[in-house]
Design a protein around this ligand. Structure first.
Ligand SMILES: NC(=O)c1ccc[n+]([C@@H]2O[C@H](COP(=O)([O-])OP(=O)(O)OC[C@H]3O[C@@H](n4cnc5c(N)ncnc54)[C@H](OP(=O)(O)O)[C@@H]3O)[C@@H](O)[C@H]2O)c1
Length: 311
């Protein structure tokens, strides 16, 4: 296997004895038809790790694409790594099992490779994903703790519904006590990370505790101006004969994280899967970038930054 193949097929060991492909496809795509098409294109390009969420309201469209490919043969369920996430209105322990079952049914799966608590913020329990008072303020639920919710996820592992559990949009200060109290330790932590938000301290903690750090928005959510047009990234891309997107994705994998990217077209899917290793001096140059910019405020509010309000 060449160096190029090694990077694109790299897997990270999880603390449950299983592994996760480093290159992952994120399904945060508002249009349902586009979700199915992009998911299929990602499978055909070589992606085997998929990130879904109840909150994206498109698990059925993702499931449709995955089921189609499984039915046609050639790819087995065991070769895929499929994750989805519990949304904030289901944090009460009695709501966790039914929420997981509902996600499994929408995806057409019998088990999940990974189930994540989408954010540490509990919202008012009920069917409304975005519960608000008359003044438009979010209704948080202060009668359930993150550990209560975690205990319910641990039961799902015991029952074989999911093989690994983890957390998303969490800070190191919130992660430490949860980690200490957990019977089943988090296998994966999913947060925004890219050269403008390297999250070095959190990454260090995850490496020390054998937690896989799963970076979302590795291309800076495709925003321009932004990372894709950063002069350091562009210059490296020219030097190594790769695109800025490929440089950013290779950097993420080479620093020891898994990642989630969202190519929208077949061409972007092939491009984003077609990474190869960068030389050490290029990695150093990227690590020296001083710009700092968080794109998604979800970590401080529980409100997703990339989903249109009201949906
Ligand atoms: N836990 C959380 O709260 C959370 C929050 C956000 C995201 N996520 C997950 O992380 C995934 C990835 O996040 P993200 O969508 O921000 O990832 P990203 O890969 O940084 O950005 C995706 C956007 O970049 C553009 N793009 C993709 N490939 C490109 C390429 N080769 N060249 C140029 N532009 C390219 C596309 O925009 P155009 O269509 O404009 O080209 C696409 O919409 C999501 O799908 C979701 O699964 C999780």
């Amino acid at each position: 296997m060449s160096d190029q193949d090694e990077l694109r097929y790299k897997k990270l060991q999880m603390n449950n004895g299983r592994s996760i492909p480093a290159l992952g496809f994120g399904t945060l795509i508002p249009d349902l038809g586009e979700t199915s098409r992009a998911t299929r294109a990602a499978l055909e390009a070589g992606f085997r790790q998929f990130d879904c969420a109840e909150r994206y309201r498109n698990e059925e469209a993702v499931g449709e694409a995955i089921q189609g490919v499984l039915r046609e043969g050639g790819i087995e369920r065991d070769a895929l790594f499929i994750a989805t996430k519990l949304w904030n209105n289901h944090h009460r322990p009695e709501r966790v099992g039914p929420a997981c079952e509902a996600s499994l049914a929408r995806l057409g799966l019998e088990y999940l490779d990974l189930y994540l608590i989408h954010t540490p913020f509990a919202f008012h329990p009920g069917d409304n994903q975005d519960p608000r008072d008359q003044n438009g303020n979010l209704l948080y639920d202060h009668d359930v703790t993150l550990l209560d919710t975690w205990r319910a996820l641990e039961s799902l592992v015991d029952d074989g519904k999911c093989r690994a559990i983890g957390l998303s949009d969490i800070t190191l200060n919130e992660l430490r006590p949860l980690y200490d109290a957990a019977r089943i330790k988090p296998a994966v932590v999913q947060v925004e990370a890219h050269p403008y938000l390297p999250e070095t301290e959190l990454l260090g903690f995850c490496k020390e505790k054998s937690i896989v750090f799963l970076a979302f928005a590795p291309l800076g959510h495709g925003m321009k101006p932004g990372l894709l047009e950063d002069p350091v990234i562009s210059a490296i891309a020219v030097r190594v004969g790769k695109t800025p997107a490929q440089v950013l994705l290779a950097w993420a994998v080479q620093r020891g994280t898994a990642l989630l990217t969202t190519p929208r077209s077949e061409a972007q899917a092939r491009e984003n899967f077609g990474i190869s290793a960068l030389p050490e001096d290029a990695l150093d140059q990227i690590n020296r970038i001083q710009t700092r910019h968080r794109l998604n405020p979800v970590v401080s509010t529980g409100v997703p930054g990339f989903i249109p309000q009201g949906s």
